[in-house]
Every structure is written in C-alpha cells, then in structure tokens.
Design a protein around this ligand. Structure first.
Ligand code: MG
Length: 256
C-alpha cells in the first residue's frame, strides 16, 4: 500500500531482534504472495484472491496489515490495468485475458509488518503491457541495488525514475514507498523519483518498503468515486512492484 502522509518524522533504526522478526514476517508474506499469484487466471473474481490471502494469514497466525487500515475494506489490494493502487477486491470484478493485475499485500506478525506487491499478466497480454511489467520489475531491482548505507534516498528514487523514463514510461509522484516496522507506514517517505546525491543518508538498520508505480502514459493519477481506487488520468495501464528491504552493513537485504 502506498503512502501520501506529508508528515515525515524520525526514521527508526531496527536492531537485530527487530530485524529477525521482520525477516520472519517477510518470509511468510513471500509464501502467501506466491500462493495468491498462482490463482491469477482469466475468469476469477478478484475477491477470490482476497480470500486466499485472508485464509493464508490466519494459517500462519498473522493478520492482514491492510484490512481496516484507514478504513480499507479488503485484505489485499487488487488493481487492474489503469488502476495504479488500492483497488478493492470484489465478487463482481473478474480478471480477463489481456489484463495486467497488481496484487499488493501486507501482514503483521509478532508486532512487525511486511509489505510486498507484484504485477502479473492475465493470460496473453500485448507488447506494451509486457514491456511495462518488465520495466517496473527492473526499476524495483535497481532501486534495491541503490539501498546501501551511506547512499542518499535520492539515489534510490533516481535509479527507479531513470529506469522507467529510459523505457518511455513515467513514475507516479503522489504515492511513494515508506519506512516500515511496527507500523505499516513509517518515516521516511521513499519517492520513486529523485536526484542523485540528494536527500537523507541511508543508515544500516533502516527498513524501507520500495514500491515503484510505473505508468505507460501520464504520471498523473486520480481517485475513483469509491474513494480508494487510484487510476491513471489517461486510463493507460500501470504496473506496481514492491519489496520490504532492510539496509545492512553488507548492503540491501530483501525481506520479502
Ligand atoms: Mg507499501
């Protein structure tokens, strides 16, 4: 889930015991994300994906981090095509051949949160959507590579933005990645755009949820009347990938 709270405060440094808990939360979230992703196929209602996740977290004694957060009615977010983030699962909304679908999910286990997202093709998709998915995935990988202690937060955003724009795509400005820990959304805001050498220095012990939202057309977005679903203004497709990443003395450690 993205964050647009403008109030940034201090970034909490996680100690070894906290990180160990976050590793466990992340590894379970990875298992569940793969389980939900395997269900993606033409003809299924998006609510079915929500149910798979809800049952899964229960099995592990965890909880959905999204359900009820700011009043969100689903256990995960399911966003199709021009929907960028925060799509609400529904028994009346069916995946169709040629769609791309973004699955954004988070859980709380033993007091710590984890957050991840993946975008997938539904059956066979067109060339533009294939390229968009590959670019967004790569943008996240490059952002993670830039997550080194001593680097600046702007280096991370710049890596993501350059990757997207070099491919002719754009980066959503209004929603960003975020720090994560006991709360799903903690400082700092981690924008998917930025300037090399600018912003605060990354420190070992920070944990960030990096989540590039890459659009085929304009970067501008708007929110539908349901007050949740964020869509591209031009209704061209969007892709979203996210990992929870710990910054360690040895570089980035992907927890999800
Ligand atoms: Mg998030």
């Amino acid at each position: 889930m993205g964050w647009n709270d403008p109030h940034d405060h201090r970034v909490e440094v996680k100690g070894p015991a906290d990180l160990e808990r976050m590793r466990r939360a992340g590894s379970i979230l990875r298992v569940l994300c793969d389980e939900v992703a395997r269900r993606v196929q033409p003809g299924i209602p998006t609510e079915e994906l929500d149910r798979v996740f809800a049952r899964g977290v229960e099995r592990f004694g965890a909880k959905s981090a999204f359900y009820g957060l700011y009043g969100f009615p689903g256990h995960i977010c399911v966003s199709i095509n021009e929907e960028v983030v925060h799509g609400i699962p529904s028994p009346k909304r069916f995946l169709q051949e040629g769609d791309i679908v973004s699955l954004d999910m988070g859980l709380v286990l033993d007091g710590f949160c984890s957050d991840t997202a993946i975008s997938l093709p539904v059956g066979e998709v067109n060339e533009e959507k294939k390229r968009l998915l590959a670019t967004a995935r790569r943008a996240l990988a490059l952002g993670i590579q830039a997550c080194r202690a001593g680097n600046r937060l702007g280096d991370v955003g710049a890596a993501i933005q350059q990757c997207a724009e070099a491919a002719g795509f754009t980066v959503v400005r209004e929603y960003t990645g975020h720090g994560i820990g006991r709360a799903l959304h903690e400082p700092p805001k981690a924008p998917n755009f930025g300037t090399l050498g600018k912003g605060p220095r990354l420190q070992a012990g920070w944990v960030l949820a990096l989540e590039p939202m890459i659009n085929a057309g304009t970067w501008r977005v708007e929110t539908l009347d349901d007050q949740w679903t964020v869509v591209t203004q031009d209704r061209r497709p969007s892709a979203h990938f996210e990992h929870t990443v710990a910054i360690t003395v040895n570089g980035a450690e992907v927890l999800t």
